[in-house]
Design a protein around this ligand. Structure first.
Ligand SMILES: O=c1ccn([C@@H]2O[C@H](COP(=O)(O)OP(=O)(O)O[C@H]3O[C@H](CO)[C@@H](O)[C@H](O)[C@H]3O)[C@@H](O)[C@H]2O)c(=O)[nH]1
Length: 496
């Protein structure tokens, strides 16, 4: 896009969770680099966590210090590079000291019922400036996007940060319900394969998102999902952090319903290992020197993302499994991995002594910097969608340990469909011997060669999708989305 005078001013509102903020920030810089003015909104709590972590990280970038040495704008460096990204924060209704991880459901009730009032006030201000906002890009999980877009005559764009397969299963919850695979009122849910969702050949119920397998379907997260997937049907456009070639049938079927654009993988714009904008909610430990001391393709990286929890027993079994396997490893054990009120040590006494220099345990790191290091050999992951895309981008095979939400469906894509990963264990509870055996299969031997070959092929698809010349699918889809959005914004302006 080269005509700034026609360029809409886009308001982007990220969902206040790490795995959503990251792709939102990368999409914002991508759109700004195409000439758009962006106002990016974080909740005050997310803003506070990012800036606090930036100030104490060993490698801080994108930091603008304001009065009292406080960081007040995470986009300062991006703006210095010429991008027009402004920044605003809204309250999520809770004080900064409120432990959102520990009081998850209460936090989600706030997101469901309170956040929109604060967003409404902010948007009211932003539409009455001399460069008014004309377009809203908000997370698909927000239940109020159409309400805000209609009130302020904005183009309504929904950004989905998970695979299209997960989107379509939620989108067709009514079909799952009437067929008895979800929220069955009388009996248990059916356990046979699901073969009636448009664009989905066949999927086992165990591979659906955890919320679609749950016995209790009245939780706050369910109420969010029900409303959000009613609301997304009113969006003008849906953009999805996936790649058309990875999920062609699912995406085509969705496009019969409404305009859907696969624009992924949405990764940092300026080089891969360093973003211009700080996004981490926790301070990043620097693992580079340790990695530099390890042989090529020898290290296992272990991380379960930012949101899901696992049990202490699982941590212990994985710890022993890693020791038994004999591999070197970096393990991200974030402070609330079991629960933020769990204060006892997670790993058995003497574990770290036994590991010595063979392993590095950190609370958080720059994952992208770690997995793009030549010493990396494999990734033991909870199957968060960003982690999968990043790992494929770096050509790293996956060992899958899904814990919650879309991670079960993502595991199916990785292990069963694309064959770029293995299951950590076939059934729960996980055992140290199975963990050790599968780490070995991931990293050495015939199975490892096969996985590496397959991941290379999928990486090729991702690279092609983003290629500028000849235009790859995601490159073209993003441009098409931009054209369609501009046209829609102009129509709305005329109607006003
Ligand atoms: O030490 C770490 C660990 C993670 N990351 C980054 O944090 C993000 C984590 O995202 P993801 O792998 O998607 O996991 P979650 O944080 O758990 O993400 C939530 O959001 C995702 C996108 O909607 C979903 O797919 C997940 O299931 C959901 O838990 C990635 O970009 C990682 O690079 C770091 O930078 N450092």
């Amino acid at each position: 896009m080269d005509n700034h005078s026609q360029s809409p001013h886009i308001l982007m509102i990220a969902y206040p969770l790490q795995g959503h903020v990251i792709p939102f920030v990368h999409l914002a810089t991508k759109l700004a680099s195409k000439g758009f003015t962006i106002t990016f909104v974080n909740t005050e709590s997310i803003h506070h966590q990012i800036t606090k972590s930036q100030l104490s990280s060993s490698s801080s970038s994108g930091v603008l210090l304001g009065p009292n040495n406080k960081v007040h704008d995470i986009f300062a460096e991006a703006r210095k590079s010429g991008l027009d990204i402004r920044y605003a924060t809204v309250s999520d209704g809770f004080p900064l000291t409120f432990d959102r991880s520990l009081h998850h459901d209460q936090f989600m009730e706030g997101i469901l019922h309170v956040l929109s009032a604060h967003v409404d006030v902010l948007v009211g201000k932003l539409v009455s400036t001399n460069q008014p906002v004309t377009c809203l890009i908000s997370d698909t999980f927000y239940v109020w996007s159409s309400m805000i877009a209609n009130k302020y005559n904005l183009v309504n764009v929904s950004f989905w940060t998970e695979p299209a397969l997960v989107f379509t299963l939620y989108y067709h919850m009514d079909l799952l319900r009437t067929n008895g695979h979800f929220a069955s009122p009388h009996d248990d849910n059916r356990e046979d394969a699901i073969d009636y969702i448009p664009g989905v050949a066949r999927i086992d119920p165990k591979d659906m998102a955890s919320y679609l397998q749950a016995a209790d379907t009245t939780t706050v997260v369910h109420r969010i999902i029900y409303k959000a997937f009613e609301d997304v049907k009113r969006a003008d456009f849906v953009i999805c952090n996936t790649v058309q070639e990875l999920e062609p049938k699912t995406i085509s079927a969705l496009q019969q319903k409404q305009p859907v654009y696969a624009v992924g993988p949405v990764l940092p714009a300026a080089g891969f290992t360093k973003s211009l904008v700080g996004t981490s909610l926790w301070p990043e430990s620097d693992c580079t020197r340790w990695l530099n001391s390890k042989p090529h393709a020898s290290v296992l990286y272990i991380s379960f993302g930012s949101y899901a929890h696992c049990t202490k027993d699982e941590i212990v079994e994985i710890g022993h499994g890693v020791l038994l396997s004999g591999v070197s490893f970096i393990w991200v054990l974030r402070p609330d991995i079991v629960s933020s009120d769990q204060t006892d040590p997670l790993l058995p006494l003497g574990f770290e002594d036994e590991v010595k220099d063979r392993g590095m345990i950190v609370p958080w790191c720059s994952q992208i910097a770690v997995i793009s290091h030549p010493a990396l050999a494999g990734f033991l992951t909870h199957c968060g969608w960003n982690s999968i895309l990043e790992s494929v981008w770096c050509g790293i095979p996956l060992l899958c340990f899904p814990l919650l939400t879309d991670q079960f469906t993502n595991r199916k894509l990785v292990v069963d469909d694309w064959r770029i990963g293995l299951n950590l264990c076939d059934k729960k509870p996980i055992t140290r011997h199975e963990v050790a055996r599968n780490i070995t299969r991931l990293i050495s031997g015939e199975s490892a060669d096969e996985l590496r070959k397959n991941v290379k092929a999928v990486k090729g698809l991702l690279e092609n999708a983003l290629s500028v010349a000849p235009g790859g699918s995601s490159h073209n889809n993003l441009n098409q989305f931009i054209d369609d959005m501009i046209m829609k914004a102009n129509i709305k302006k005329k109607k006003k």
